[in-house]
Design a protein around this ligand. Structure first.
Ligand SMILES: [Fe+2]
Length: 180
């Protein structure tokens, strides 16, 4: 009689793409942004200095790629990405990502060229962070490129409770990136 496998079932996303594919897609798109390929998609005068701005660079049935501009004092909320995998590459400036690790919030800084991947179940918050003054004394918007597969359709928003657990507040249907 065959022995039943004790291996726990793995989580399978409804996409053939993997996190490394998404990281690669954001890396390529970041290069294209830096080379000026998407200059025509930017507002005249560049992204606004006082509000978050974004535009879709690529989109098909399995992958969305967004270009996002982040500004100071525009917090998002702890959120997941529904049933989508995600990834980002910082093009210029810096971001702080605060992630729920299952027991606590952990913050990391992402500078230009840094990448982050978001597996299923990843709950985080991303905000503008100041650049090193040595790099850019006149801090402006941070630019980043994000990829989601399958394309985003829903995001849930969370709080951390007094008992240090995660509480889901609401779920919204959206295809817009990063909690707008
Ligand atoms: Fe996110």
């Amino acid at each position: 009689m065959p022995v039943a496998s004790l291996a726990s079932p793995s989580v399978v996303a409804p996409t053939r793409l993997r996190l490394p594919d998404l990281l690669h897609a954001t890396d390529r798109a970041a290069d294209d942004v830096l080379s000026g390929r998407y200059q025509h998609l930017l507002p005249a005068g560049g992204p606004p200095a006082d509000e978050r701005w974004f535009t879709r660079l690529l989109g098909d049935d399995e992958l969305d790629v967004w270009f996002i501009s982040w500004v100071p004092e525009r917090a998002t909320e702890l959120h997941d990405h529904g049933g989508s995998l995600g990834a980002l590459t910082v093009v210029s400036g810096a971001l702080h990502e605060t992630r729920w690790d299952g027991g606590a919030l952990r913050r990391r800084r992402l500078d230009a060229g840094d990448q982050a991947g978001f597996p299923l179940g990843w709950v985080h918050d991303v905000v503008w962070a100041p650049e090193s003054i040595a790099v850019n004394p006149a801090a402006g918007p941070t630019l980043s490129v994000h990829a989601y597969s399958p394309p985003l359709t829903a995001m849930s928003y969370y709080d951390v409770t007094e008992r240090n657990t995660l509480r889901r507040n609401r779920t919204e249907l959206t295809d817009k990136p990063e909690g707008d």
